[in-house]
Design a protein. Structure first.
Lengths: 401, 270
């Protein structure tokens, strides 16, 4: 059990905090400018088209949404799995989970063809759509995690924290299952149509979310001049390497399964060998930088440096994670659908049978980064106004198992 | 600039008396309690707010409810009659529905397109038109979060322009690449085929003509060109020409493995 010696305090509004807030605010303002620009001219000013209908905004949005449920790891480990050392960071974990989800959803909503019809999306449902289910999974997640934060911050019997924490843990599993199934249930596209999307996305969420959590926690501690012992950080680093390995494992199974089916051989050849920038992103950024490198950083004793290695591993996991979501979302659409099995398309007015093209425009990059900025601003504001951040995370102050 | 729907009268009053009488006759046998409630809602909408309610032709729930459940509209395309150098159906669709090519096929509307296919086993080459296949179990309708993608009782798959939020999930789900997202502001629209920037659209099977007892523009254009490669008709009526031809000669649906049962069939395709 954690001790009461953990003291939570708001961070002070120092010059550094203000500078960062203004910088993030500028990113959000730029994103809003991008939304107005696209809203006025239409999606013609983005790189998206009728073949690649979801582009960079969706890559950022899905990354943030997937990371949101994983950001809850620390809180779940503390109250569901009873690991006392994680208890002091459980509040931040809940806040970051909500912040990342809000940032991701903002990008998703602002990229709609008709963002002004958000009210329609919130009031008119087709319950057969996994998208509709996700609307409930997302809003429900915000509500459950808000309740989780509330019981954590109130002087309530710890058993209630455990109960609400368990509900939040189960909900986050459902949420990522839902996000993965957006792709897994698309029967017509060779890159999707696979049940493994759900567990793959769950593994991705554990990894990306923990990486984002380590980075935000480190940043907030640095900004507020608080001490962060290497014990807890190393502990989280070990866990991150394990999650990164789990993502690699599911990725291997995903591609082996597809390679085994002759009908998906063309798609696999595209992603793994002939896909140009997609193939580069898969092997170099996703697998090497986002998977093997962080695992090596954590586990290889020769390059162990307890202070910075979990932070660097987190940076690599985030970079690799963005690449992985890009490969899934954009790579899956670049490869043509098999509309006419057994036939070669020799002429088409609409690129049937050809690899599609996608060149993201600045408007998309700016919107995506704006979503990240919204998440970081939200978590920063919460740390400024709420007592969610412990004053000290050195070894003597972190409760032990 | 956003396009706003023109106020239209409800579908019932648009139908000629003969078609309405026919619809009534067929409906009687098929009408379920749900149909009755639906038609009640449509009547209520038309009665209570005739001037206020905005209706998109053929694309609103009230009109969808007014469609005849006793019919299933479909197309039979005789691939052997389709000429590779003919683009008449595409041209006719474009003129009828007010979409046009700007020279950027990746972002242009593609309600109907021509494809040339070579059988990889035999080398035999054929040309044919591709459009929304008006599936019986349309994946686009399944995935649409707001229900804007919908199938009318008579099998025509449409997008309700009032509730489409432009998420493009239907485009991800459609196995036939039959849907387009309106990437640019739209001009010179036809009042019977409303379009809107930021929403998704596809072949409507010329629902505005069909509801008046007519045939789709592509079918007419193909006949006018002397090819007669496309037959339009009611798949549920065993005496319709399309049903007779389907019963008599072999035909295929695209992607039969998906079991979505398209309303568009191809014959002499091999």
């Amino acid at each position: 059990m954690a001790m009461d010696r953990t003291i939570y305090r708001e961070i002070k509004a120092t010059g550094g905090v203000w500078s960062l807030a203004i910088l993030l605010g500028a990113f959000v303002a730029a994103a809003m400018g991008s939304v107005i620009y696209v809203e006025h001219h239409g999606h013609i000013v983005t790189g998206m088209n009728n073949s690649v209908v979801w582009g960079l905004p969706h890559v950022f949005a899905i990354f943030l949404i997937v990371a949101a449920s994983g950001a809850l790891n620390a809180a779940s480990i503390a109250s569901v799995f009873g690991q006392a050392p994680y208890k002091p960071i459980a509040r931040l974990s809940a806040v970051l989970a909500m912040s990342l989800l809000v940032g991701g959803l903002a990008v998703l909503v602002l990229d709609l063809g008709r963002p002004d019809r958000l009210l329609v999306a919130m009031t008119t449902y087709n319950f057969k759509s996994i998208f509709s289910w996700n609307i409930y999974l997302y809003t429900g997640f915000l509500a459950v995690v808000a309740a989780y934060l509330f019981v954590q911050m109130s002087r309530i019997d710890y058993k209630y924290v455990r109960i609400v924490g368990t509900a939040a843990f189960l909900w986050r599993l459902a949420l990522t299952t839902g996000t993965g199934s957006i792709f897994g249930w698309l029967v017509a596209r060779p890159g999707y149509d696979a049940a493994i999307m759900a567990p793959l996305f769950i593994a991705m969420s554990f990894s990306f979310g923990l990486a984002m959590f380590i980075l935000v926690l480190t940043m907030l501690f640095k900004l507020s001049g608080r001490k962060f012992g290497s014990g807890l950080r190393l502990r989280m680093g070990n866990l991150l390497a394990l999650f990164a390995a789990a993502v690699l494992y599911f990725t291997i199974v995903q591609h082996l399964t597809a390679m085994y089916a002759a009908e998906h051989a063309g798609f696999e050849r595209f992603i793994l060998l002939e896909g140009g920038h997609v193939t580069f992103l898969f092997w170099v950024v996703q697998v090497l930088i986002g998977g093997i490198l962080p695992i090596a950083l954590i586990y290889l004793p020769t390059i162990r440096d307890s202070d910075s290695e979990p932070v660097w591993a987190s940076v690599f996991v985030v970079i690799g994670g963005l690449a992985q979501v890009y490969v899934i979302v954009v790579g899956g659409q670049l490869y043509p659908m098999e509309v006419f099995p057994g036939y070669e398309v020799t002429a088409s007015a609409f690129g049937d049978g050809e690899i599609a093209s996608y060149a993201p425009k600045w408007s998309e990059v700016v919107l995506g980064l704006g979503g990240v900025a919204i998440s970081l601003l939200a978590v920063g504001a919460a740390a400024k106004f709420l007592r969610i951040l412990p004053t000290n995370l050195t070894e003597v102050n972190v409760p032990q198992d | 600039m956003k396009f706003r729907m023109p106020a239209e009268k409800p579908m019932d009053s648009k139908q000629p008396p003969a078609a309405r009488a026919q619809a009534k006759k067929t409906n009687k046998a098929e009408m379920t309690r749900r149909d009755l409630l639906r038609s009640g809602a449509a009547v209520a909408t038309a009665t209570l707010a005739p001037g206020v309610t905005l209706m998109a032709f053929g694309g609103s729930p009230a009109e969808a409810a007014a469609a005849d459940a006793g019919k299933r509209w479909g197309l039979l395309i005789d691939v052997s009659k389709c000429q590779e150098d003919c683009n008449g159906c595409v041209q006719a669709c474009s003129e009828e529905n007010g979409w046009e090519s700007t020279g950027h096929p990746e972002t242009d509307a593609q309600w109907i397109r021509k494809v040339t296919l070579k059988n990889t086993a035999t080398g035999h080459t054929q040309s044919m038109p591709m459009m929304c296949q008006h599936c019986e179990s349309p994946p686009c309708v399944d995935v649409c979060p707001t229900g804007a993608s919908m199938k009318r009782a008579d099998g025509i798959v449409l997008v309700d322009k009032h509730t489409c939020i432009g998420c493009r999930y239907c485009m991800m789900a459609c196995p036939f690449k039959a849907r387009s997202f309106v990437h640019e502001p739209v001009v010179n629209q036809k009042s019977h085929a409303p379009r809107g920037q930021g929403t998704v659209e596809s072949c409507t099977l010329c629902v505005h003509r069909v509801d008046k007892g007519g045939t789709p523009a592509c079918v007419e254009a193909c006949a006018a060109a002397g090819h007669d490669a496309i037959i339009f008709g009611d798949l549920k009526d065993p005496n319709s020409e399309i049903s007779k031809r389907l019963a008599e000669y072999p035909s295929v649906a695209l992607r039969p493995d998906l079991n979505v049962n398209p309303g568009v069939r191809y014959s002499n395709f091999g």
